[in-house]
Design a protein around this ligand. Structure first.
Ligand code: NAP
Length: 291
């Protein structure tokens, strides 16, 4: 029941109406009997600093930040966690005595999602498709977690080269091997974990994969698509057609939310509770785990 003690959290973005985050946070609050509500706030580009200031004055407990504000918000904060600073994007604001501090929970969210599926990064060789905001965070994750080599492929190879330089500067690890997307036939002949971080195949363009050649998919033992709508992307179908394991990105979304909730409330969410919330999220969104 909402009363005088109810704490408010939310997400700022534009558009924000499609967000699945309220399903995650309101389910967590209910399961944990926390007097907390989570709501979407549509904030226009150029008005992010004002929104953050207002939220602080309104005693809002915490905020998520989604597209297109993950960089703009960094100008409006009292502090930024070193990991978010490295990645160059903030998706979670945590209240401190000085004001909101920025964190990035997308990257640790992906890591926890992968761990929950038994996928290892440490010492692996990985193919990373894309060089947008999400792929950039994954490149840092791979470097931080000791991936031995990341073959990072993108349509615009210049973007990958820039990320490779930045990863090396900021982490001291020279593990990113930049490649043009069309050069995939040159990948050494072995089996890889492949992380799909382009927007190709996203609803409504569900009949597309960023690489359509089945010879490429023969090199993949596990394919992780950051896309979760649809839940069985063409990339996943092509991985499975060559007997690989394939996963969609809904658990990444779940865990970035869980980590934000943990930061706001100073708690840890158990794996059992995470599973329960995942079931609720799937039910609410109609997204399934297909084998
Ligand atoms: P972004 O910054 O817009 O980057 C888009 C990427 O896709 C770029 O690498 C771009 O290549 C590539 N691309 C787009 N159209 C292409 C085409 N026709 N052929 C080849 N490459 C193409 O997007 P983002 O924020 O990184 O997000 C990427 C995906 O991750 C989205 O589908 C998003 O839904 C998903 N995502 C999921 C989660 C989650 O929680 N599961 C979180 C974040 C993102 P160029 O650089 O050459 O243009």
């Amino acid at each position: 029941m909402i009363d005088g003690h109810t704490r408010v959290c939310g997400v700022i973005g534009s558009p924000v109406e499609h967000t699945m985050s309220p399903a995650i946070h309101n389910a967590l609050a209910k399961k944990l009997s926390h007097n907390l509500v989570y709501v979407p706030f549509h904030v226009k580009t150029g008005e992010v600093a004002e929104a953050v200031k207002g939220a602080c004055a309104l005693n809002v407990l915490g905020l998520n930040v989604t597209v297109p504000h993950k960089k703009e918000v960094m100008e409006a904060l009292a502090g930024i966690d070193p990991l978010a600073e490295k990645i160059g994007a903030v998706n979670t604001l945590v209240r401190t005595a000085e004001g909101f501090k920025g964190f990035n929970t997308d990257m640790p969210g992906l890591y926890r999602a992968m761990c929950s599926e038994g996928i290892r990064l440490e010492g692996e060789e990985v193919i990373l498709l894309g060089a947008g905001g999400a792929a950039r965070a994954v490149a840092f994750l791979c470097a931080e977690k000791g991936v031995s080599k990341v073959y990072m492929l993108n349509r615009s190879v210049e973007k990958v080269r820039a990320i490779a330089r930045e990863v090396e500067e900021k982490t001291g690890k020279d593990c990113i091997c930049p490649m043009a997307l069309s050069d995939y036939p040159g990948l050494p002949d072995k089996k890889y974990l492949a992380i799909q971080a382009t927007s190709v195949g996203l609803f409504p363009d569900t009949d597309k994969a960023v690489i359509e050649d089945e010879a490429f998919y023969r090199k993949i033992h596990t394919g992780y698509d950051l896309i979760y709508k649809p839940s069985n992307t063409r990339f996943m179908q092509m991985v499975r057609a060559q007997k690989g394991e394939a996963y969609h990105g809904l658990k990444m979304l779940l865990y970035q939310g869980i980590i934000a909730y943990e930061l706001w409330n100073g708690i840890s969410v158990s794996e059992d509770l995470a599973e329960e919330v995942y079931e609720i999220l799937k039910e609410k969104t109609g997204i399934r785990d297909e084998g």
